[in-house]
Design a protein around this ligand. Sequence first.
Ligand code: BES
Ligand code: MN
Ligand code: MN
Length: 458
Amino acid sequence: MQAIIDHINRYRQQHIDDLIEFVKIPSISCSSEHKLEVERCARFLAAKMREAGLSHAEVIPTAGHPVVYGEWLGAPGRPTMLIYGHYDVQPVEPLDLWQSPPFEPSLRGENLYGRGTIDDKGQVYVHLKAIEAYFKARNSLPLNLKFIVEGEEEIGSEHLAAFLLEHRHRLDADVCVISDTPMLDKGVPSICYGLRGLTYMEVEVRGPRSDLHSGSFGGTVANPAQVLAQLIVKLKDVRGRLKIPGFYDKVVAISDQERSNLASLPFREKEFLELTGSPKLTGETGYSTLERLWARPTLDVNGLVSGHTGEGAKTIIPGWALAKISMRLVPHQDPDEIAELFTRYVLKSAPRTVRVEVRKLSAGRGFLAPYDHPAFQAAIRSLEKGFGRRAVFIREGGSIPFVGTIHDILQKPCILLGFGLPDENSHAPNERLNLDNYHQGIISVAHLYDELARLNWA
Ligand code: BES
Ligand code: MN
Ligand code: MN
């Protein structure tokens, strides 16, 4: 192992320089204008997988953006590990809030700034660089490796389930490793055993044929902006619970054991509040902040537009109003079923004075799994070697549709060990990656491959 760790230490700066090249490619998956850049990014990554030492890497087309798949199966009789990540990134608006351009990665202090540095290109490179170190120092890996990196995670992984089923035979593995989550705090290595699911909806309210003079018509027709606001208000009660009938039917209560586990984590609520910049935290009555965030479903309006939002006063009744509304789900809630319950409830609540359309934009299931398999102990030992501290077990509030799907398909342990920090601005301006975490992450996963290879997989 020492030769591999020496290599990782010696090439610390090179690993950063190499990541910069990857981050420079604007692989924004939600933007059709960037389609060619997304494809270029996929080809770039496949080439880097081959350079790192994988015996095979290819760009596999899907109905959407391509999947990059690499493998090295040179350890017969040894276990097989499937690593997952995503090479697509979020859009960058608002651009004026970036201190350096999002696709011109910039080193400041102990961070690398740029879109995708932490979500998820930096974490894909944590694995790529650990793999490279093995091949440079030893010319082999201790186990068989399959590496899948998708290009549609940030838009809901719409075509991934079909891809996984189609390539089911190739993706067989004993264990799956995913690095796309944050750590609980700086210096606290974390293994994540739960993610929330997501159902994303759009509600459009149309009233008059077009905007109307509010003096000539005000008081006689329904105002779509106000109707939409009323529909939104009806979604949640004052205790922060959703009012959609059936919404909680499949929600599993948090066990006393888990409640006390979560309560014992070194979570700093005051810092969490400061991170948000909000005056005060709130949420569903009867639950702690971590419970609300990780183990309870919720609903958020992501965007709301209607009428005159420009300068000054303009007296109109808007012709239409639109809201983007998402629900974070907990495991066992079926995201498609939730979309139907939502649609039914909104349509039933809508007055006849307007026309309402409800559309489902995306749906992905949550994930929750026991962490008693020996592979998790291997992960704890590896993180301890990389970070000098014992890992904690956490859940997360975000979603990675791949994880629930692959866990269902393979029925094998899925280990989420992420190297992000809660304040690294993923999806926001000035996204960044802590370079110590990048380096210690590479060391940790190098140990992880070794530790997993040593387990008895019979
Ligand atoms: N890496 C995140 C998932 C994540 C975020 C995990 C925060 C834990 C904490 C991922 O790239 C992401 O942003 N996922 C989307 C998924 C959606 C588009 C289906 C999300 O959670 O909004
Ligand atoms: Mn991600
Ligand atoms: Mn993301």
